[in-house]
Ligand binder design. Structure first.
Ligand code: F58
Length: 830
């Protein structure tokens, strides 16, 4: 393939030497000193760690940029088909060490740092994390960028350049407190403004029609109320050791005129900058997945803003390459990461019909051939819908286009399903129950060539349930692509000692072919190797212990089992089930029933949406349990419970390698896929989990004997729901559950406080939407089995090793190959 050959300039004489030197320790040290002088502007002896990080970041960026230029040149030269990954979130995590890893200059950089008497890790810790995402969906986009570049798929990530990312979380007295995330405060060396790409996005106003004098056809015109400028910031995404670099293009909203001199001269000082403020609000802050959905209008503006900028950018580049607009879909394959960018379907129709003057039918063929839609949720209440009045007032032209798409679509459905009016109403792009709404998932399915879920079960449930009507209308449109995560960040960066061990026995093929980890199975009965495996695991736990000692002043016991649940806090993910189980252990230790329990450290991490009161109460519950078992002399050496604040990508990199047990305990049928489970698995943690999302496929790969299964299945849950689920029955049947719930109600675990957890107790006993009560006993059983096996360290190491060995499927490289083959139609063996 074209990317791997070194370019002419690199192979010719002196440039080759310079390029080599670029990556040597000497080259890096010299470049560092140069950037300290010229970019940072300080004598090196006066520099602080932040300055040193910045100088290092700049010199690494320089090396990425050289590869970028050659990649861009080769893309243009070969007129390649380009994937555009549209996502409202990209949760990249820190760049510095990742870029070094992918370029292959980590050792040189370490050596250069040694010579300068700095520590590379300390300097890397200065990097503020670009937290431009909430959780799994945003992180998936980041893993896919890494894999697309590594597999040499020409790709552009398009999204929003939020000035403030996901909030920083502090835990005060057990409660979550949010702080704003000022990640751009000291500048961002990883982005480059691309002034040639600036776009203009319109909002509001009204539409007008005129008749074409010659043809008599109607011509539509949108007369907007105001426009906003979209300024592009590019972040280069380097592939793994292949000299390829793709582009992540994030849009910042600015006022068309940042300062109105005329208003200023009239004496209205504030008025002169008001426009600027209002426009810039659009890319100001990342939205949390809120229960209460305030600020709907601004969120819709964000979505349309970045989607329109991105499509306009594609059209601009298309024309720059002198390609005919009719061939748009041959050049661009646009993947919609959930419905957030699905307004793009109406926007491309608008561009093609109103601006490019292509007829409706042809425009629709092009549009449908361009888009693919990935769904990430089964919860029907989570499918995006916009109140019609908000939508129509912001996007008057788009609502007309959506009505026209809908008119034609419903005509087809009436022909296909004659007389089935209820079905037509369910499928309509406009919901008419109560206030009229625009249904973005329906638009996304109707306007895309392919629709996929993110794990086998999820994709099946989409067809059987959430999108059933659409599946029946377009069965061939539906497919599955099980999620994956990049082993470069989540194995190689997260756990260098494990990486070294794997390299020692397997070589390096697994870096880009994770199935090669199967080679580890040769060692599954090798006592010496298993011992090595266990020691390495203990060292990982020691490193996390050091970090927690430093940051929280708490000491952990590295011999205890590290039992970890890190992910967004949500009822369906059931952190409270985990907490209630720990209370069960507490009760059984207090009653003398449990004596020789292997010591356990329960680690929790994750953020709750600021307005999600219940989730915040779940955090408080975990912290309360932590205090209880940590203070009681009878339990404090056996049970430790820690809520680690401000969970993030970089914290994840510290935590996954240290986990023994991975908690994947969502209610069956609720977690679309989950990706944390894959990071744990690669790093050798064994899972305890339900038959949900990717758990099912993990268990399939690793074997049922290497997975702690519990809980109701998705069909059982559905059945219980239909028959009328009564959580109180489970409470009455289980003595342990009763003791735990009674204790919680009566303040036994909270110094007599009976109020704080009353809403939670009431909900679990009366409603319990997520079947915590029903799964409690079986969870406790599976937990105790895990505890027993952990005491047999050889057996446990065997299970752990097999988890790593059989994690090959969960590389995002495999996912991206499937997208290329089944959705994007990109040939990887060019
Ligand atoms: C997650 N969704 C799924 N949404 O919950 C998870 O099962 C899956 O593995 C992952 O996507 C990747 O496919 C998710 O993270 C969000 O964060 C939304 C962001 C926008 C607001 C609503 C939630």
């Amino acid at each position: 393939s074209h990317g791997q050959q070194p370019s002419e300039t690199e192979t010719s004489g002196t440039t080759a030497i310079a390029a080599q030197d670029n990556r040597s320790a000497d080259g890096i040290r010299l470049a560092f000193l140069r950037h300290m002088r010229r970019t940072i502007g300080k004598p090196v002896e006066f520099s602080n760690t932040l300055d040193q990080y910045r100088a290092m970041a700049h010199l690494v960026r320089d090396r990425v940029m050289d590869d970028w230029i050659t990649t861009v040149e080769s893309y243009v030269q070969h007129n390649v088909r380009v994937v555009c990954y549209l996502s409202a979130e990209f949760l990249l995590g820190p760049h510095l060490l990742n870029a070094m890893l992918n370029l292959g200059i980590t050792d040189s950089a370490e050596k250069a740092c040694d010579e300068l008497h700095y520590s590379l890790t300390q300097l890397a810790d200065e990097e503020p994390e670009p937290g431009l995402g909430n959780g799994g969906l945003g992180r998936l986009a980041a893993c896919y960028m890494d894999s697309m570049t590594t597999l040499e798929v020409p790709a552009v990530g398009y999204g929003l350049r939020y000035e403030f990312g996901i909030f920083r979380q502090e835990i005060r007295d057990g409660w979550q407190v949010e702080h704003s995330d000022k990640w751009l405060e000291y500048g961002n060396p990883w982005e480059i403004p691309a002034s040639e790409a600036t776009q203009h996005v319109s909002f509001g106003g009204h539409t007008e029609t005129t008749k074409d004098e010659k043809t008599g056809e109607l011509i539509w015109k949108w007369v907007p109320a105001f426009t906003v400028k979209g300024v592009a910031y590019d972040t280069p995404i380097p592939g793994y050791r292949n000299k390829q670099v793709n582009r992540l293009r994030l849009w910042k909203a600015e006022a068309e005129d940042s300062f109105d001199l005329e208003i200023f001269n009239r004496g209205d000082y504030m008025g002169a900058v008001r426009d600027k403020m209002e426009s810039e609000t659009i890319s100001k802050v990342l939205y949390p997945p809120d229960e209460t959905e305030q600020g709907k209008r601004l969120r819709l503006m964000q979505q349309y803003f970045f989607t329109s900028c991105s499509l306009q950018d594609m059209v601009r580049l298309h024309k720059l390459q002198k390609l005919p607009i009719e061939k748009f879909a041959d050049k661009w394959s646009v993947q919609l990461n959930d419905t957030h960018p699905s307004i793009g379907i109406a926007e491309l129709m608008r561009i093609l019909t109103d601006e490019e003057e292509i007829g409706w039918d042809e425009a629709w063929t092009i549009t449908q051939a361009t888009f693919g839609y990935t769904n990430h949720t089964l919860l029907p209440e989570a499918l995006e819908k916009w109140p019609l009045p908000i939508f129509a007032s912001l996007l008057p032209r788009h609502i007309e286009i959506i009505y026209e798409i809908n008119r034609r679509f419903l005509k087809d459905m009436q022909a296909k399903f004659p007389g089935d009016t209820a079905r037509w109403a369910r499928m309509s792009l406009i919901g008419e129950d109560g206030e009229k709404q625009v249904r973005m998932a329906n638009l996304a399915v109707v306007g895309s060539k392919m629709v996929n879920g993110v794990a086998k079960l999820h994709s099946e449930l989409l067809k059987e349930d959430t999108l059933k009507d659409f599946y029946e209308a377009f069965p061939n449109r539906f497919t599955n692509v099980t999620n994956g995560v990049t082993p470069r960040r989540w194995l190689m960066l997260a756990d260098p000692p494990l990486t070294a061990l794997l390299n020692e026995v397997l070589g390096t093929a697994w870096h880009t072919d994770l199935y090669a980890l199967r080679g580890l199975e040769d060692y599954v009965d090798d006592a010496g190797f298993l011992d090595k495996w266990r020691k390495r695991q203990e060292e990982s736990k020691g490193r996390l212990g050091d970090f927690i000692k430093r940051s929280m002043d708490v000491s952990l016991n590295p011999a205890s089992m590290f039992d970890v649940q890190v992910k967004r806090i949500h009822e369906y993910k059931r952190q409270h089930l985990n907490a209630l189980h720990i209370l069960g252990l507490y009760c059984r230790i207090k009653s003398g029933e449990l004596k020789d329990l292997p010591p356990r450290t329960f680690l929790f991490g994750g953020k709750a949406a600021p307005s999600y009161t219940y989730a915040k109460l779940m955090i408080k519950l975990v912290c309360t349990v932590g205090e209880l078992v940590g203070k009681d002399p009878q339990t404090k050496d056996l049970l430790r419970v820690l809520f680690v604040p401000d969970y993030s990508v970089s914290l994840g990199q510290r935590i996954y390698p240290a986990a023994d047990l991975s908690e994947q305990i969502s209610t069956a049928g609720k977690e679309a896929s989950g990706t944390g489970c894959m990071k744990f698995m690669m790093n050798g943690a064994v899972a305890i989990g339900t038959l949900d999302g990717a758990n099912i496929e993990i268990r399939e790969e690793v074997g049922e004997e290497n997975f702690f299964l519990f809980g109701l299945t998705a069909p059982q849950i559905a059945e219980k729901q239909k028959a009328g689920y009564r959580p109180r029955d489970f409470y009455e049947k289980s003595p342990l559950l009763r003791e735990v719930m009674d204790g919680l109600r009566d303040g036994r675990f909270s110094n007599g406080d009976r109020d704080t957890f009353a809403p939670l107790v009431r909900d679990l006993l009366e409603v319990d939407r997520y079947f915590v009560m029903a799964d409690f006993d079986d969870y406790a059983r599976a937990q105790s089995e895990a505890g027993k096996i952990f005491c047999d360290s050889k057996k446990w190491s065997r299970m752990s090793l097999l988890n790593t060995a059989r994690s090959g499927k969960f590389s995002s490289d495999r996912s991206i190959r499937e997208y290329c083959q089944n959705i994007w139609k990109i040939n990887l063996d060019r």
